[in-house]
Design a protein around this ligand. Structure first.
Ligand code: NAD
Length: 335
């Protein structure tokens, strides 16, 4: 099988995971990753055998560090059929002219705005809409986690409204420069938060508002989700709907916190303790008339990774059926 040629521009928290996930598939391959500096992440990329591309002015530094580059970022883009842009939020936008010049397809992440790509993606919700597209944005970790629960409930019961409070991890585990380390920060103070409108970039008809705060943890986000539906239902009905989704995992067996979820992922031997699924506590699912509540935890570093693989498959038209792509991605990753 001829594999789709994928470049990963920005080999950081998301980029390194996307590269490994692409490499695990049989219908796509990584032709290069980009790094700006020859740091420890670049060293691991080099050890893994990825071709590293970097800005021309930094080529000497990579050479000196024993990991000569394969070319410039522009050269990497030229060789690719599709670039997954995983540069920091707001940086990716500046790369659009480079992708257009090279005539490659591009995926951006949730840190960029919806209009940049004109299509915001979540595999369960709108895979088919991405078929053959040149530009796609994979929505953020929180938005992905919310789309995964709203879409199937809307399909089965009809969603009247959604209200969510998000307790967000302050920073990723490797980020030593930011906080807070001893505060709870309403973020933003002016409500609602941007997450509700972001859900609408995928599911425009959903009535949703959200409030978010930053809390001093690095492991995961925790959502308190409240949905009102159009159809009478029981907690068992909700569990059945969530249980039918391969990217939703029920947690229990003594798991009472995000810390234990991450330990569980470590114990399962997941790469980088990644938890690609939404983690829902089934015990928390409580129905009051046509309204229900639950808690879910979202591993911000990895939840969007399988979504990027599916977005590639749709854009490259490697599979026309979203459910089949999800299944293929999950299997190759080892869900
Ligand atoms: P990161 O800072 O961990 O990684 C970004 C990488 O891009 C770094 O390796 C950096 O050196 C490199 N880089 C910076 N400028 C570059 C340039 N001009 N050209 C090439 N490489 C460059 O960032 P991240 O957390 O992986 O975030 C990437 C994107 O994913 C953002 O849009 C972010 O909003 C989104 N996202 C992040 C998370 C998360 O929790 N970390 C979750 C979901 C989505």
């Amino acid at each position: 099988m001829v594999k789709a040629k994928i470049a990963v521009n920005g080999y950081g928290t998301i980029g390194k995971r996307v590269a490994d996930a692409v490499q695990a598939q049989d219908d796509m391959e990584v032709i290069g990753v980009s790094k700006t500096k020859p740091n420890y992440e670049a060293a691991v990329a080099h050890q893994k055998g990825y071709d590293i591309y970097a800005p021309a002015e930094n080529a000497g530094a990579f050479e000196k560090a024993g990991m000569p580059i394969a070319g410039t970022i522009e050269e990497m883009v030229e060789k690719a059929e599709l670039v997954v842009d995983c540069t920091p939020g707001g940086v990716g936008e500046a790369n659009k002219p480079m992708y257009e010049k090279a005539g490659v397809k591009a995926i951006w992440q949730g840190g960029e705005s919806h209009p940049l790509a004109g299509f915001s993606f979540n595999a369960a919700s709108n895979y088919e809409g991405a078929l053959g597209r040149d530009l796609v944005r994979v929505v953020s970790c929180n938005t992905t986690g919310l789309c995964r629960v709203i879409f199937p409930i809307d399909r089965e019961l009809g969603v009247k409204k959604v209200r969510v409070t998000l307790a967000r991890r302050a920073v990723d585990p490797n980020d030593v420069k930011k906080g807070p380390i001893n505060a709870i920060v309403p973020d933003p103070i002016k409500l609602p938060s941007h997450h509700g409108p972001d859900i609408k970039s995928v599911l425009p008809h959903i009535n949703i508002t959200t409030a978010a705060m930053k809390i001093p943890t690095t492991l995961m986000h925790l959502h308190t989700v409240n949905m009102e539906v159009n159809t009478d239902c029981t907690a068992e009905d909700i569990k059945k709907i969530f249980g039918s989704q391969s990217r939703i995992r029920f947690v229990g067996q003594g798991i009472g916190s995000t810390a234990e979820i991450i330990e569980f992922a470590r114990d399962m031997g997941r790469p980088r303790n990644d938890m690609w699924e939404n983690c829902i506590w089934p015990e928390s699912i409580t129905v009051h008339e046509k309204e229900f509540y639950f808690f879910q935890a979202i591993h911000q570093e990895s939840i969007v990774v399988p979504e990027n693989v599916d977005a590639i498959r749709a854009m490259m038209e490697l599979e026309s059926d979203g459910a089949k792509s999800i299944q293929k991605t999950n299997k190759a990753l080892g869900f």
